[in-house]
Design a protein around this ligand. Structure first.
Ligand code: 4NP
Length: 159
């Protein structure tokens, strides 16, 4: 079982989309039993809320369903997951600081766009305060990087 956690700030836009796309690809590949997939936020501002309706509309237009409810990152995530994928540099820094406080965490922390050829090492921009274009752009970045992430994990874990 490979355990993958996507992380952004509010867990209502970017990381629910990453979770939705990655779950969709895993299901298509018939690998549901091999993966545990979740998402969370470095903040709990929106705890309990479903994904932002604009992100849900964008996902739906591409045949992806967003089913997650927002929750904040907790200490046990660092031992309950093998891969933690922050959406931007702020999330990345916050996660590395939090991981240092947890003993025995072997989780690999890697920015999501390390898996995107077109934006390698860059940030998935926060679409929350912007226009509709931002949501589509986030979808495209996460679609590309999710494919690469899945290939990488299939190779690494011989799936
Ligand atoms: P997310 O977007 O981190 O992609 O879920 C945000 C959603 C809400 C807020 C910030 C970012 N907010 O400050 O409320």
């Amino acid at each position: 079982m490979v355990r993958v956690l996507f992380v952004c700030l509010g867990n209502i836009c970017r990381s629910p989309m990453a979770e939705g796309i990655f779950s969709h690809l895993v299901e298509d590949a018939g690998l549901n039993n091999q993966f545990k997939i979740d998402s969370c936020g470095t903040s709990g501002f929106h705890s309990g809320e479903p994904a932002d309706h604009r992100m849900q509309q964008t996902a739906q237009a591409h045949g992806v369903r967003l089913l997650s409810k927002s929750r904040a990152l907790v200490a046990s995530d660092f031992t309950d997951f093998d891969y933690i994928l922050p959406m931007d540099s702020h999330n990345h820094e916050d996660i590395l600081i939090a991981q240092k406080r947890v003993s025995g965490s072997t989780a690999v922390v890697k920015k999501m766009l390390d898996f995107d050829d077109q934006n390698q090492g860059g940030d998935v921009p926060d679409p929350y305060y912007g226009g509709a274009d931002g949501f589509e752009q986030v979808y495209q970045m996460l679609w590309r990087s999710s494919h690469k992430l899945l290939s990488h994990l299939r190779q690494a874990h011989k799936l």
